[in-house]
Write a protein that binds this ligand. Structure first.
Ligand SMILES: [Cu+2]
Length: 291
């Protein structure tokens, strides 16, 4: 291999290594990093499966690409006009045609089996330890904890000028969703106005919140994320401030979660309707937008 080629390949490997080590934010928080080339670190069993499946598919794809490319290179070399001045008049080869129809069918069926298994795994959980209800609003999120006192709160983006040291821009919120690790959490989602989408790449959760119906999925945060914040955002075009409704989950131990629940029950104990706060959300998002 020439030196130039070596340099080229080590540069590509370097990009992957750098992006691999830059997966998390400054406090080990889980969010995308500049120039990230790979998926975010998986933080749930569903995400573990999706990331592993992505690698398996990549291997299959690579084999197919290399095979087809090799075939094309071989044909271009062997049958070009100079080497093969009198071309063959053959137009059909039944065996070959059956093969190139049947083999891809087997490949696709082979891929669909684990794929459907993962879909079922991600769909819902039989035995949930707790439930989190998520409600989309233009343009902020409301969370309800029906199993822990049924308190509710809004989670609004923090305007850029109010960000504190270490708080990521357009991802930080005033009230984070606090969730315990190693707990099966049922996620119920709906919306007050238009379709939003509650999406967290590192949990492999991405589900529409649809007005008038409840969508269900689940998650379970790995223990190593205790004390970390997992970030996501609305992933459905939901109006002018669609880009300003981040999601931030703060993962804690089960004990700390119980302590937080007691505090939150007091802090958010109010029967006030949720809607009036929407005005604040619009103001905040507009301020971010003006930056
Ligand atoms: Cu939205």
């Amino acid at each position: 291999m020439t030196n130039k080629l070596k340099l080229f390949f080590s540069a590509i490997a370097g990009v992957f290594l750098v992006s691999g080590s830059a997966l998390a934010g400054p406090n080990g928080d889980v969010r995308s990093a500049p120039w990230q080339m790979w998926l975010q670190d998986p933080a749930s069993p569903t995400a573990d499966r999706i990331v592993a499946f992505n690698v398996q598919l990549l291997v299959i794809e690579t084999i197919i690409v290399v095979f087809v490319l090799g075939l094309m290179a071989y044909i271009a070399y062997k049958f070009n006009a100079k080497k093969n001045p009198v071309p063959s008049k053959t137009t059909h080869h039944t065996g070959l045609e059956v093969a190139w129809t049947v083999i891809p069918i087997f490949i696709l069926v082979g891929i669909s089996v684990p794929s459907i298994k993962h879909l079922y795994f991600a769909d819902h959980i039989e035995e949930a330890d707790m439930t989190l209800k998520i409600i989309g609003n233009q343009w902020f999120w409301t969370y309800e904890y029906p199993d822990d006192g049924n308190f509710t709160f809004d989670s609004l983006p923090i305007a850029e000028e109010d960000l504190k040291e270490g708080q990521p821009r357009l991802l930080s919120v005033d009230n984070k969703v606090v969730l315990p690790v190693e707990t099966n959490i049922r996620l119920l989602m709906t919306s007050n106005d238009v379709i939003h989408n509650w999406a967290l790449p590192s949990l492999s959760v991405k589900l529409d919140t649809v007005p008038g119906r409840i969508n269900e999925t689940w998650t379970r945060i790995h223990e190593k994320y205790v004390g970390k914040t997992i970030y996501g955002m609305c992933s459905e075009l939901c109006g002018v401030n669609h880009g300003f409704m981040p999601i931030a989950i703060h993962a804690v131990t089960k004990e700390d979660y119980q302590k937080w629940v007691l505090k939150a029950q007091e802090e958010f104990a109010s029967d006030e309707p949720v809607q009036p706060k929407a005005a604040d959300a619009v103001k905040l998002a507009a301020a971010s937008q003006a930056q």
